[in-house]
Design a protein around this ligand. Structure first.
Ligand code: ZN
Length: 652
């Protein structure tokens, strides 16, 4: 484990809080220490209150903040005295505790303090660091984990058995403290949960964390339990779209599935006793909300859901209030045929589940080499999964209309295509953007966006793009056919055959191929597939000099009308928009626009709004219509054509 401390970087802010931010980020940077909001840190600072009286304040990580990106405003300043008083209560619900923690803040606009704030307050050292280090979790998730921890650390750390995080854990530490020589130890190992280190300075506490975790890593190395076993890679073959359809039905909402067929996933899923090693529980209950306690091993979803319902029924009486059962769908699927598939309500949620489970796989493989992976009892996972604080989140949860759904847009690097991608993203869809322009790959950097350079006239490239879509997000719900060209004006008497064929090839043939290849995926869309085609005003109102363009868009429209008939029984809707005079796209530079306006004897403004309503139609207007056509408003409409042109006298 590398110590990332650097004097020059640390010197940027040498205040107590500045150094707290610095080493928190160092911890956050190493996924073998903390993942996705895991871990927490604090510093105790004495400062004068409004009346000039000194008071001790705990600056503790705000709940839900990520250590790798935290800044000073991510720390919640809480008065230590009331926190210590809370620890003397024999009992306190976590909801009430969260309320009391907020009440102890000196700044009402600060984030809510971490649920471990009381524990941080109890430890007398100035700096306290807490991580869920993989190496420590590996050692503690074995049958004789506690003895092994003693063997590794001797008296350098205190060791506490697993209890539920939150007030119970604070209370456990409060009761244990008098018997611990806490001033002389450099940390506490919480079995099956993680590790605390502390010190007088930010550096001391950080150095100790790295040193302590390194000792667990060394222990694993000495016992040949560090290097992961490896198996040869196999090709991933699975109909993920079908699996997604089934999982979404079980979850009661569309879900994103993301495939990991990398070496670790292949190795893990290739283990002979996969069902046994994966069937005990994930590495630490902290992950349970994202990954569920158990993955689905193989493909028997019905049995998985039944077992999940049994688990809920068996443990629901542990809570004093009636619990809402979470959906019984798995969040991780393991199958030797393809690797690991992670599941989530959004691409981000699926990615987090994948990240967390990759660490669980490593921990299990190493612990197996150390003598056998042993997880906590099911009830310990249940308590965290059905924690009152998590149940409260369910009540406030709001999801965007296309959450868990996947849209593919062609010609998406600019203009109407790009605007469509943005409108779909804004409604919660994951978006795959295709374009001939390689810039599409770097268009947006976010987990729910995948840009693919693709020549839509090349069927092999189209097939590869659809495969990449399914591997990344699990399937396809919406398809926006936008890519097309508008060739130079040519009268029929002078229209070259190869020019005609080129336009037909891009505007028509490519769309036929994509519709055909996407059909089996759209058919498996949990809420039914939707296709929107970007037609043109030229379909109802053609003009001289645009024979190839108008004919290609008219043929495409006719293709959509036939598809509406053929695909209705597959619950796929297909509709067409006919935009006109959308000038905020790449081809309409200011010069071209000015020249065209002048040729009609108009100002640019007059030219742009030359329609019945006298309004300018933008890419965004078209995109919003396209997105709405994929939504509930158009649920019972297929085969329709909607002009979006401000009213055109030849169309009306
Ligand atoms: Zn923790």
């Amino acid at each position: 484990m590398e110590n990332l401390w650097n004097d020059a970087d640390a010197a940027a802010d040498l205040s107590d809080l500045g150094l707290r931010v610095y080493t928190s980020r160092l911890l956050g940077r190493d996924p073998a220490l903390v993942l996705h909001g895991g871990g927490n840190t604090s510093v105790k600072i004495r400062q004068p209150d409004l009346f000039g009286q000194d008071e001790d304040i705990l600056y503790v990580k705000g709940s839900g903040r990520d250590l790798d990106s935290i800044d000073a405003s991510g720390f919640a300043p809480a008065r230590i005295a009331p926190l210590l008083r809370l620890a003397t209560l024999p009992k306190l619900s976590d909801t009430r505790m969260a309320n009391e923690l907020r009440g102890a803040l000196t700044d009402a606009s600060a984030p809510s303090p971490s649920v471990e704030a009381i524990l941080h307050a109890l430890i007398p050292h100035k700096y306290v660091d807490h991580t869920h280090a993989d190496a420590v979790l590996t050692v503690t998730h074995t049958a004789d984990g506690a003895e092994r921890i003693r063997e590794i650390y001797g008296d350098d750390v205190a060791v506490l058995p697993y209890v539920m995080p939150g007030f119970l854990l604070a209370r456990q530490v409060y009761e244990a403290l008098p018997a611990l020589d806490i001033e002389r130890t450099s940390g506490i190992v919480l079995l099956n949960h993680g590790i605390f280190s502390f010190g007088a300075t930010a550096r001391e506490s950080y150095d100790r964390m790295i040193a302590l975790v390194s000792r667990a890593e060394d222990y694993l190395k000495q016992r040949a339990a560090w290097s992961l076993p490896s198996l040869p890679k196999r090709a991933a073959v699975v109909d993920m779209a079908t699996l997604r359809q089934d999982i979404s039905a079980l979850a009661g909402a569309p879900m994103i599935l993301t495939l990991d067929d990398g070496e670790l996933a292949q190795t893990f899923t290739g283990q002979d006793d996969l069902a046994r090693i994966a069937g005990q529980g994930c590495a630490t209950p902290d992950h349970v909300i994202r990954t569920k306690r158990l993955p689905l091993v193989g493909d028997d979803l019905t049995a998985y859901a039944e077992a999940y319902r049994d688990y809920f029924t068996a443990h629901q009486d542990r809570a004093t209030v009636p619990l809402t059962m979470l959906d019984p769908a798995p969040r991780v699927v393991l199958d030797a045929a393809f690797g690991m598939i992670a599941v989530g309500r959004s691409a981000r949620a699926a990615d987090i589940a994948a990240d967390l489970y990759r660490h669980t796989m490593e921990i299990i493989l190493r612990a197996e080499q150390l003598g056998g992976y042993t997880a906590l009892a099911a009830e310990d996972y249940f308590d965290v999964e059905y924690w009152e604080l998590e149940q409260a989140k369910l009540r406030g949860a709001k999801t965007p209309p296309f959450a868990g759904e996947i849209a593919l847009v062609t010609g998406a690097a600019s203009g109407i295509g790009r605007a469509c991608a943005e409108s779909l993203l804004a409604r919660g869809a994951a978006v795959v953007a295709l374009d001939l322009n390689p810039a599409v790959e770097r268009l947006l950097k976010r987990p729910d966006f995948l840009g693919i350079r693709c020549d839509v006239t090349d069927e092999a490239q189209l097939a590869a793009a659809l495969e990449a879509t399914v591997k990344r997000f699990g399937g396809l719900d919406m398809l926006v056919l936008n890519a097309g060209i508008f060739p130079k004006s040519a009268k029929i008497a002078a229209l070259a055959s190869d020019q005609w064929r080129k336009v037909m090839n891009i505007n028509l043939d490519a769309n036929l191929a994509l519709l055909r290849e996407a059909h089996p995926l759209l058919k498996r869309a949990p809420r039914g597939g939707r296709v929107v085609i970007i037609g043109s005003k030229n379909v109802p109102a053609p003009g001289a000099g645009a024979a190839a363009y108008s004919a290609s868009k008219a043929a495409l429209t006719q293709l959509a009308r036939v598809a509406a008939f053929e695909w209705g029984s597959d619950h796929i809707r297909i509709n067409v928009v006919h935009p006109n005079a959308v000038f905020d796209t790449g081809i309409w530079t200011d010069d071209v626009l000015a020249a065209r306006a002048a040729s009609y004897g108009m100002t640019v403004e007059q030219y742009k709004t030359n329609n019945v309503l006298g309004v300018e139609v933008t890419s965004r207007d078209v995109a919003e219509l396209v997105a709405e056509m994929c939504g509930q408003l158009f649920d019972k409409i297929t085969g329709a054509q909607v002009p979006i042109d401000g009213g055109n006298d030849r169309v009306i």
